[in-house]
Design a protein around this ligand. Structure first.
Ligand code: SF4
Length: 376
């Protein structure tokens, strides 16, 4: 039976102001993450965030996911951070620590706002989610994918009803996620499946693994990766309590496998991961999109030639810019102050010709120049 990701009656939303939107991360294949919410109503039994919560002295047990901190100013803060001259348009991944399409997003739309900012800055982006609510934002996602690299990972560790219901109690049914993948891929967006975490004795059965891979293929997923369950303190206690309640016969096996360690020894997990690789190739899970949205290469015509600053008696009057199309535009000097980097360049490169690439500045600069400048 499908579940529409209901908001729990006893979930509290705490609106907070954040000081920063981007978090530096290590060892995850990307350097920056962004989470509009802290805490996750999906309350997966295996959620690795429970371990962070324990370390932060917050509840990691049954109470996890019942108080969601909502960073109501996150999009504005993100905009300021992406405007900084020191920002080099590195990939930002939304949702590495909480689901960006958990029920709170239906009310607050913070993920949508952050996507709009990433789109405005043509910033390479990624997203990890279990929430089919993502299709609501198809318009922003397609715009973003036309301007910058965008990759979405849909987490689908299993399509087995019983395992899903007992281990991912707040999430939408895997079939709803697969339908969302279908829609996004049909629109040209790069969407893969993250088959994680695979639970020993539950979702690692060969028939269950194959069912996920076949479903991912049928939905048009552009790729698939898999990972085994990790049990760090905080996650371990809660997951083991769920296991004891629903599958008590598996408790001794888990206690042996995870004795004194958070990660499964290779001998336990590798055969499963190898089976996933083999089946992924067998069933042909690969990028087969009919429509492919991708950013244009940065063409020469999007570059600007800095011409010079006109000065009269020490007062800067105007900046002249030559767009590659051959047109020359003149700006009141004051108007260039909002253009990141340009004002600084103007100050130091006075009177010299300098070739400036658009990517060094705010996206849309050429269009801005053409709109706001005076053609001369
Ligand atoms: S959806 Fe992700 S972040 Fe949310 S509870 Fe599940 S594993 Fe944790």
């Amino acid at each position: 039976m499908d579940s529409p990701e209901p908001r729990l009656a006893d979930v509290e939303y705490l609106e907070v102001q954040c000081k920063s939107a981007l978090n530096p991360v290590k060892g995850m294949g990307f350097n920056w993450s962004l989470n509009p919410y802290t805490g996750c109503e999906h309350r997966c039994a295996f959620c690795y965030v429970r371990a962070f919560e324990l370390r932060a002295d917050r509840p990691s047990d049954d109470r996890y996911g019942r108080a969601i901190r909502v960073k109501i100013n996150v999009a504005g803060v993100l905009r300021s951070e992406l405007s900084r001259k020191s920002w080099h348009r590195e990939t930002v991944v939304i949702g590495a620590a909480t689901d960006p399409y958990q029920p709170a997003e239906g009310r607050y739309k913070l993920t949508r706002q952050c996507l709009q900012v990433l789109r405005d800055f043509s910033n390479p982006s990624g997203m990890i989610t279990r929430g089919p609510m993502i299709v609501r934002d198809l318009d922003v996602l397609t715009d973003l994918a036309r301007r910058a690299n965008l990759h979405i990972t849909f987490s689908i560790p299993t399509v087995d009803d019983e395992v899903w219901r007992r281990t991912e109690p707040g999430t939408a049914h895997p079939r709803q996620r697969l339908r969302a993948i279908e829609k996004l891929v049909a629109a040209g967006i790069d969407v893969g499946v993250g088959m994680a975490p695979i639970l020993p004795g539950l979702s690692d059965r060969p028939d269950r693994i194959e069912a996920v891979i076949k479903a991912a293929r049928a939905a048009g997923a552009t790729g698939l990766w898999a990972g085994m369950l990790h049990l760090k303190d905080g996650t371990r206690e809660h997951f083991m309590s769920v296991l004891a309640k629903h599958w008590p016969e598996l408790v001794p096996r888990y206690e042996r496998a995870y004795l004194g360690r958070a990660y499964l020894p290779p001998a336990f997990g590798e055969p499963t991961l190898k089976a996933v690789s083999r089946l992924r190739v067998l069933h042909g899970v690969s990028d087969r999109r009919q429509v492919v949205l991708k950013p244009p290469p940065e063409p020469e015509q999007l570059s600007l030639l800095y011409k010079h600053v006109i000065e009269k008696e020490g007062e800067k009057l105007a900046v002249c810019l030559l767009v590659d199309s051959g047109k020359l535009y003149r700006f009141p000097y004051e108007d260039t102050k909002g253009i990141r980097g340009l004002e600084v360049k103007a100050r130091y490169l006075r009177g010299e010709m300098e070739h400036l690439r658009l990517r060094e500045f705010q996206p849309g600069l050429c269009r801005y120049v053409e709109r706001a400048g005076q053609a001369v």
